[in-house]
Every structure is written in C-alpha cells, then in structure tokens.
Design a protein around this ligand. Sequence first.
Ligand code: ARG
Length: 603
Amino acid sequence: MFDHEREVIEEKIKVFCTENDIPLTSIEWKPLPFSGEWGISTSFFQAAANEARSGKKVNVPQRAQEIAEGVREHLGTPEGFSRVEAVKGYLNLYFSTAEYARRVVETVLRDKADFGRGAPKGERVMVEYAQPNTHHSFHIGHYRNAILGESLARLVEFAGFETIRASYPGDIGLGVITVLWIYDKFYKGQEPEGIHERGQWLLKLYVEATQLLEPKEDETPEARAQREAYDAERREMLRKWDAGDPYVRELWLRTREWSLEELRAILEMLDIHIDVWFYESEVDEPAKEIVEELIARGIAEDERPEGPVIVRIDEKLGLKKEKYRTAVILRSDGTTLYLTKDLALAKIKFEKYGVDRSIYVVDTRQSLHFQQVFKILELWGFPQAEKCYHLGYGFVSLPEGAMSARRGRVVLFKDVADEAVRRVLSVESEKSPDLSEEERRAVAQKIGLGALAYAMLSVDNNKDTVFDMDAALSFEGRTGPYIQNAHVRAASILRKAGPLAGRATSRTPDFDYNLTPHEIRLIDLISRFPATVEQAAQEYRPLVMATYAYDLATAFHSFYHAVPVLQAEEEGIRLARLALVAAAKQTIANALRLLVIHAPEVM
Ligand code: ARG
C-alpha cells in the first residue's frame, strides 16, 4: 500500500550508503506492531556486520545505530510519514494515522475483488486434489481433501502463481475389479436412477462383494469352496482387464463413468473446476518405460527374475541412517506399483505441463510414499523435486464413530451436506420470513456449505478431526456462519445508508478524527490481508487464512456493536465509517472466497 513511498526511501538509503561506503546488502521491511501509530521498520545490523567482516574494527550494534542515525538525518521526514526515529540499530518510520487509514480503505475500495492479489510470480504451480478412487462414493474424507485443495489452489493463484488444478482418480486396482466382478455376476443390466444414487450404489456393491470374498470363521467346506471360486473369478477378471479384453474394458469404462459423473456433480456444487484429469490407469504404460530408464541410469537395481526392481534410496543419497528406505518400483511379475505410476505422473506434470511447483493434497498416511517419490525424482535429476510438496490431511470422523468402507460404514458427503442445508433452512424460515422460498434455499445452501468448509479448513490439516454438525452451524465461535454474518451485517449497514453509502465510497475517505480502538483494530486487520495471502500461499496453509478470516470477522462484530456508523454525530465521520464498513465487507468477501465460502448479502 505504501510501495511507492517505500521505494523512494529505499533509493535514498542506498544513495546514503554508497556515499558513505557502507556495504549494504539488502533492505528488509517489517511492519511495526500498532502502538498508537502504524509504521514500518528496517535494521542496519547486516550492513554493520558486513563492515566487521571486511576487516574494519567495529562494534556491530553500536555501528548499526550510527548508520541508522545517519540515515535518519539524510531522510528528514519523508512524505506520508509523521516521524522517523533511529533506535538500537533500527530505523522506524511512522505513518500519520489518518493518512494510513485513508490509504488502507482507499486501496480496498479501488481494488475490490482484487484487493490482496499478489504480483505475478513467474512460476507455475500444479495442485492435485479431489482424486478419489472410482467405483466408490464420495465420503466426508474426500470432501476434506477437495476443500483443502481448492482453497490452496485459490490461495496460490491469488498470490500470483499461475495455477493448474489437477485430479488423479485411482481408477484401477483390486478394489475396482471387485466391484466389476459382483456387478457382472449378480447385477448385470441394472442401473439406479440419479447421479448420486448410481455412484453410491457402487459402494454398496463393493461392501457386498467384500463380504462374499472375505474368509469367515467356522466356514463350512462348501462355503469355503464357494468363496474360493468367487475369488478365482475376480482374479480372472483382473487378468482380462490387463489383457485389454473388450468386454471387461467396456464394463469398466461404463461403471467408471458413473463414479466420475457423481464426482463431477459434487465438484460443481462445491464450485471446483478441475483443469486436467489424469487417471491412474493411463500412467501404467509410461511407468513401465520409466523402470527401464531408471535401471539404465543406475538409479534402480534389477533383481529379476528372482526379485523385484528396487531403488535403494537411502544408499543412493548417501544416508547412514534409515530414512527413505528401499522402494520397489516393479514387481518380479512385471507389474508396476502405485509408486511407479507416481513417478510417471510427476514426469508428465513437469515435462508436458511445465510445472515448477507440484503440490499433492493426499491423506497423511501416504507421507512416506511421497517422500520416496520426491527423493527418486531428485535422484533422477528433476530440479522441480525440491518444490514438490505433500499437503497431508487427517481422518474425518463423526461423533458417531469411525468409518470403514469395507464394512459399509461410510459417511457420505452428500448426506452431510443435505442435512446441513436442511438444518439451516429450518432456522432460516423463522428468522427471515420476508425472503422468497427460492432465495431462502440459495442462502441456506451458502450457509450450510460454508459451515462445512470452514469446519474443514479451520483445523490443522495434519490432524484427525471429528466433524460436529451443531458446532459447525453455530453463529457463535470459530465457524463459517459467524464470518458470513459479519459480511451480512456490513451489507445491511450499507443498504440502510442508502445514497450516503455511494457518496462514502466514491470520495477520498477522511479519517482525520479520533479513531476508536475498534476502528483501529479493524483497519489494522484489513491492512494485513495481502501479507496473509502471501504467507498462506508460501506455506501452503489454508489454516492461516481461516484464522485471519475469523479475526477479521471478530474485529468487525465488535466494531458493529460499539461504534455508531449511521448514528455518528458528524457527517464526515459517518462517511468515513461507511467507507470503512465497505472496505471491511470487501475484505471479508475476499478472504471467504479463498476459503471456498460464499459471502451472502442476507441470512
Ligand atoms: N486415489 C488415491 C487415493 O484415493 C489418491 C491419489 C493421490 N495422488 C497421487 N499422485 N498419488 O488414495
């Protein structure tokens, strides 16, 4: 916001240092914590230390202070600042409070939805998420994944990275074949109506098949023979799939489409738009070629026919202690593994899509797997390996207990979302009888889904979490609706203000009056939004933004309760506060968007 002033000052500091032979390496600014005034600060310890290193006899802290004082004299009081001081080797520049407040509010009102957007970073990021296995249904754990990934994608994109959203469904494997087998044997030709019903049905088939194929205690010899016969059929199906048998392949593609259709419908509902779809089945062939390449380059060791093809990662990296272990990349029967396919996939991401940074949003339990993948990519010579990142996430359970797909104890996302919207709707109907049925529905959808999204993003991604619907839907505490409600309150003040709101936001706001602590806190938080975007994006942590949004909403709610806006005595103050309300509303909306949450005008 003060980029221009900062640049002018930096220029002056550089001139001063050159003239005085001071070996300045760089100038880093930090915001000063608010203490009645806002300001920025930089220090000269580095410069003093550089002098010491070059052989001059200097006392570093003392010399840093000397330089700071010299700079202060050289600068005088630059435009936009109220005073400059040199303390303990630091140079502190203070803004006049009214000027700072004006800049902050003016910037938000000018940039609107772009407020907080970072300058282009010149790097391309791929975020891979929303990649459940097919022939299964979308459960609450998949939802956590999808929301984390989408929030992260929005964050890095907004921070200035060119961003590609990718998915990579696991569309083949024994689980998939198990569903194909039971479908073909007992349900051929059947097909439930409805996208969600059809997708969910596949999960039911999977559960049923697992029961038929699982060894039981006290099994009679007949039952055992039956089960073994079923298993043989399943294995035969897998063999046929591998051999490209047209019947099995057609059955596979058709049922796979049922899952994908359900997935697409859910992503649409969550406002998630994937750019590139990769499938596990498609990287199997490339994976086989990679194995040969890695053997030829001496990275992998071929122990066939007695053993598999392996990469001794620790040994290759020269590590004494066991860390990444030894990874198998081809079984002795010539089949590839999950890991091998990930190597092939990474190569495609780097080479075909020109990806500089590659992020994988996947269950934390796959942590070792990704460490191995990234290290093999490094051994293979991909410079991007360093910028690969596994964003892990923990398990989601409901107070009722844990899930188990094999047992059919799965919490389907669709059920949870429907229930959340239903509950909001029942409260809504009492609270806002003046809304039309359709509007009420739309609002309830925004609030219900907002509550779910915030419940996922406001906890440490690596930790398991228990999803408590009542807590998530509450208007109090760290919830989506609490933040959305701040936006609604701001909207209602602006609505009530009528034409005055337009006047307030089209003129240069004037904060030349005694600001209350609530206003100061609110302005302070608004001004931190761009830096928060940058931090959340650099650290790949949506939680940083989730926490910020809550703090901002809290600041707004207390401002709302304590500070009169339309009732303020003077018109100048009314206008300034209205502009602040508009800026707060915009910033809350921008923050919510990065959390994949809608900002409603009414609720
Ligand atoms: N489909 C996998 C699963 O459900 C996740 C894929 C993760 N991505 C990857 N590149 N391995 O566990």
